[in-house]
Design a protein around this ligand. Structure first.
Ligand SMILES: [Fe+2]
Ligand SMILES: [Fe+2]
Length: 255
């Protein structure tokens, strides 16, 4: 059994007239819950929109928060992130390197391919050819008896929210072809939706994590005040992959 936590969309630096304290405090609350768990987790992942505007100052704050946590999250960028400052602050890399931030993490119980679905300067997502070729190679080189999770920021299909669907991940048939070649892929995990959502993609479970900074209302919930709800508490997800290869996900509000 492999148990891990999934958080998304911390948007560190988001300033709603509070200088960014609200986003920081919500992220701290979530990390405190994870830090205070009596048991160990096998991993923690963070699926993008780590910062709000992608500035070096926001990444400095994000790095401080994440480094201060008991579980260092595995992460990937979202549309609000910026590759150069992300690389510099979170990975100790070259701030001038604007290539996709793709990272493979081989843990004792699972492999995580953290893919960069961001398109610089755009809200929507796309896995570029270089990222898909990297993913194909990474999955081909991974042990077949160890489950693999393919993670990115943008959901590769509509989730039926008017706000996020137009800026979802496009070009998804190419992703489906890659994961279809690797039967040890257990699930696909993403963020961006700011609402927990479970569906299937290419015959695999696809789970979108809720947002830490805000929640997205569905069209039938009313959107008079805009689609984003800032009053609902931040949420996190626990995923369990059991020995039969079945994924179960639990969603937890953090008051
Ligand atoms: Fe977001
Ligand atoms: Fe996003």
């Amino acid at each position: 059994m492999f148990v891990f936590a999934h958080i998304s969309d911390t948007h560190i630096g988001q300033d709603r007239g509070d200088g960014g304290s609200r986003a920081r405090e919500r992220t701290e609350r979530v990390l405190r819950v994870l830090d205070g768990l009596p048991g160990e987790l096998d991993a923690v992942i963070l699926t993008g929109d780590i910062t709000d505007r992608g500035t070096p100052e926001e990444y400095e704050e994000a790095a401080k928060l994440l480094d201060g946590s008991r579980h260092t999250p595995l992460h990937c960028p979202g549309n609000h992130d910026a590759r150069g400052p992300y690389r510099a602050a979170l990975l100790g890399g070259d701030p001038a390197d604007a290539s996709p931030v793709d990272q493979l993490h081989v843990l004792p119980g699972a492999t995580f391919a953290m893919c960069d679905s961001s398109v610089p300067g755009r809200g929507e997502g796309y896995l570029g050819d270089a990222t898909l070729a990297w993913l194909d190679d990474a999955l081909a080189g991974a042990r077949k008896d160890r489950p693999a999770f393919v993670c990115f920021h943008h959901p590769p299909l509509p989730l039926h929210g008017q706000y996020v669907d137009p800026i979802r991940q496009f070009g998804e048939d190419r992703l489906a072809a890659v994961v279809g070649r690797h039967p040890h892929v257990a699930a696909l995990l993403c963020g961006h939706s700011h609402t927990p959502a479970v569906t299937t993609f290419a015959g695999l479970p696809l789970v979108a994590a809720p947002g830490v900074v805000s929640s997205l209302r569905m069209p039938w919930e009313g959107e008079e005040d805009g689609p984003l709800d800032y009053a609902l508490p931040p949420m996190l997800t626990y995923h369990i992959l059991d020995d039969e290869g079945r994924l179960t996900s639990h969603f937890r509000a953090v008051p």
